[in-house]
Design a binder for this molecule. Structure first.
Ligand SMILES: O=C(O)C(=O)C[C@]1(C(=O)O)C=C[C@@H](O)C=C1
Length: 476
């Protein structure tokens, strides 16, 4: 059941990946449909950003109250209206409204899905990072679909209908599935805020919200300017310049898979964020300052591998863990900051590019530095988090070591047993046992737990005796 639910949630994001670029990929056909120039179609795309900006906060907060499933259905419904409506939109005004509906769809899906994955428990960060992988899959497949429709002289609208159909099928798959209860404090998150001063809580909250902006801005700015930077500043050819973006995409998909694996291995999320943001910044600096072709290629790949590996999703996840009772609202706040980035970055960099394209890309260094500083602040302020899950990991690790040591102890006990047998001495040696318990007390740094440890040693020695006696009886 849980797997079916996850799969359906991911399928929505495959369609969302298509939705993200379907207008840009069909600009010419849509321009003809509405009899408008390309620039006007591009203006319609900005409606998606407006929709997101309006909807995130409201829908996020509402999803805490009215259930995740309803909001996922709302998102799917809005996306269907967008995909099918665009094909019959009579004019640019209606198209703009539909673009806003797509933005609302995006917000509704996000506020219902990211929260559900956290509520499903388990390796929730890894799940939320996989959302990014499904988006990339949609973004990868749509251009191929559009190109093959074009090559076969088929109607461009089929790609829109394909996306709507997947959503309709998914609606029926999702309908019977049960969702986990919303906003239950997950046991794995207990104690996350414990022991933090109010000032620290405010600092962490503000830093994570701002990270919603910087982590989104870092990617958007790069994808918007890298091709032009390569042609104008690095004097690369047309194909080589476009290839940089492909390398970034390949890096991104690989990065998401690596991130998924690392999170499954229970790597510390915040430590990962610090390393990945640092690596993204270094690769960006290489592209900006060291103009050697092969190095630029490698750096573009590494930038995708790090900056677009789902570090935004991991940031959101940390944020959600801190506010387990208002996850929808937190998702809304985080993505509102992200939407604000998709709105302001094109404006700021457009203005900077009037000076030079290099200045536009170099602005990403500033964003990357801010991102790194923010995750370092959160990392330091939160310190080493002692959650139920992390403490259990520590216990498991220590148990592994203890078992190894006990195996060695039993080997020594076996030898003692054989030696005692040779000289016909009984197995039980009460004096020696008293001495062992006294040693435990002497070696223990916390006197309060001495009686517990001595009790454990009583059991260990009883088992040792039994082991020695069994060996005697079996003559081995
Ligand atoms: O030292 C011994 O004589 C042992 O056999 C080992 C050991 C122990 O586990 O430490 C086990 C049984 C004895 O009663 C005392 C100690």
């Amino acid at each position: 059941m849980r797997q079916r639910l996850s799969l359906s949630l991911y399928l929505n994001y495959f369609v969302h990946g298509i939705g993200l670029i379907i207008l840009a990929q069909n600009m010419e056909s849509l321009g003809k449909l509405w009899q408008t120039p390309l620039a006007t179609v591009s203006y319609v795309i900005s409606g998606v950003g407006i929709g997101r900006l309006i909807a995130y906060l409201i829908l996020g907060a509402l999803s805490d109250r009215y259930g995740r499933k309803n909001f996922i259905f709302l998102g799917m419904g809005c996306y269907c209206i967008f995909f099918l409506g665009m094909l019959v939109a009579p004019n640019i005004q209606v198209a703009y409204l539909l673009a806003i509906v797509a933005g609302i769809a995006n917000s509704a899906l996000d506020s219902g899905t990211y929260t559900t994955f956290v509520e499903l428990g388990g390796s929730e960060s890894a799940s939320n990072v996989l959302i990014k992988a499904f988006m990339s899959l949609g973004e990868f497949i749509l251009p191929l679909l559009v190109a093959s429709l074009e090559n076969n002289s088929l109607w461009f609208g089929w790609s829109f209908i394909f996306a709507a159909l997947v959503l309709i099928i998914n609606f029926f798959l999702l309908l019977p599935l049960k969702f986990p209860k919303a906003n239950q404090t997950q046991s794995a998150m207990l104690g996350t805020w414990k022991g933090l001063s109010k000032a620290k809580k405010i600092i962490i909250t503000v830093a994570l919200a701002l990270y919603g902006y910087t982590s989104m801005a870092l990617m958007i700015l790069f994808t918007q300017w890298i091709t032009m930077y390569a042609t104008e500043v690095l004097h690369m050819g047309n194909i080589a310049s476009h290839f940089l973006l492909s390398l970034y995409s390949i890096g991104s998909i690989s990065g998401v898979l690596i991130m998924f694996w690392l999170l499954h291995k229970h790597f510390s999320e915040l430590t990962l964020l610090v390393y990945l943001n640092a690596a993204a910044l270094i690769s960006l600096a290489i592209i900006c300052f060291i103009h050697i072709t092969w190095l630029t290629h490698l750096a573009a790949f590494i930038f995708g591998l790090t900056a677009a590996s789902g570090i935004m999703q991991v940031g959101l996840n940390t944020f959600l863990k801190l506010y387990p009772r208002t996850k929808g609202l937190i998702t809304g706040i985080f993505f509102t900051f992200g939407s604000f980035a998709s709105f302001t970055i094109p404006v700021v960099t457009g203005w900077l590019s009037q000076k030079s394209v290099a200045a536009a890309l170099e602005f990403d260094l500033l964003i990357g530095s801010a991102s790194l500083i923010l995750v370092v602040i959160v990392r330091i302020a939160l310190g080493h988090q002692k959650t139920l899950a992390s403490s259990r990991r520590t216990v498991s690790l220590l148990d592994k070591i203890i078992v190894r040591l006990l195996v060695r102890r039993f080997k020594a006990v076996k030898t003692i047993g054989l030696l005692k047998e040779e000289v016909k001495v009984p197995v039980l040696d009460s004096k020696r046992e008293e001495k062992v318990k006294a040693n435990v007390a002497a070696n223990c740094s916390d006197q309060k737990i001495v009686p517990y440890l001595q009790e454990i040693y009583g059991t260990i020695m009883a088992s040792s005796r039994k082991y020695q006696e069994d060996k005697r009886q079996n003559n081995d």
